[in-house]
Ligand binder design. Structure first.
Ligand SMILES: [Zn+2]
Length: 238
């Protein structure tokens, strides 16, 4: 018997566009509901990588437009649109009742917040990030390595954001597709926790490695037990 899955998607941009299309049209995957969180509007300068949108959508709310595209693709799919940022105050409420969370945010603070919230809620999470010609996708389960095992913490010295450095459209297309593949594997009962996929379009390389838990990871060791705001205020991105 198929199980009805509810998927929380944080970010409806470059990573979210291919991911959402693939989730919506995968009839046999069991995805019955998608909750979509984003606070942005469609910008002409992002259309090369945000393939859910067209020039007619410029200036419109991304989640409003994304929800209507998803309904066109899959009329039976239940979609809830949350027009706002994924923030500590509402993160745990948004996560409840979801099978898993997929993150395609454009900043590292949100990536760490999603990682922490998913771990505290014991919900599987799939995450990705990209700059220029390369990027990564990662899956964490409650008992596997987490994003903090991989990156430790939000860098305090500013690093380039995707908006500053730019990212090539096909790169986020590949990474959004890799996120969808990890989601479908989770929904089929596989446990790809700790898998890190790295894609470099210039080197022509797609590589999978396995991240192990760090013994000093504050999230896995249980030191982080809440989502206090100051932990997520560094202005950085991926
Ligand atoms: Zn960890």
């Amino acid at each position: 018997m198929s199980v009805a899955h509810r998927v929380l998607v944080v970010g409806a941009g470059g990573l979210g566009s291919p991911l959402l299309r693939l989730l919506a049209v995968a009839g046999g995957s069991g995805v019955e509901h998608i909750t979509l969180v984003d606070d942005d509007v469609v910008d002409e300068s992002n259309l090369h990588r945000q393939t859910l949108y067209s020039t007619d959508d410029v200036g419109r709310s991304k989640i409003e437009r994304a929800a209507s595209v998803l309904h066109e693709l899959s009329p039976g799919l239940s979609v809830r649109s949350v027009d706002g940022r994924f923030v500590p105050g509402t993160a745990m409420d948004l996560l409840s009742d979801h099978t898993l969370v997929v993150e395609g945010a454009d900043n590292l603070a949100t990536k760490f917040l999603v990682a922490d919230a998913a771990h505290l809620a014991a919900v599987p999470v799939v995450q990705a990030g990209a700059v220029r010609w390369a990027g990564w996708a990662f899956c964490a389960l409650p008992d596997s390595a987490c994003l903090r095992c991989l990156f430790e913490d939000i860098p305090r010295d500013g690093i380039e954001t995707c908006a500053e450095a730019g990212v090539v459209g096909p790169v986020v297309g590949v990474l959004g597709g890799l996120e969808a593949a990890l989601v479908f594997r989770l929904l089929q009962g596989e446990r790809p926790g700790g898998e890190l996929w790295h894609y470099d379009a210039l080197a022509g390389a797609l590589r999978k490695t396995f991240v192990r838990r760090r013994s000093d990871c504050p999230l896995c060791a249980g030191e982080i037990q809440d989502l206090r705001v100051e932990r997520y205020t560094a202005a950085c991105a991926a």
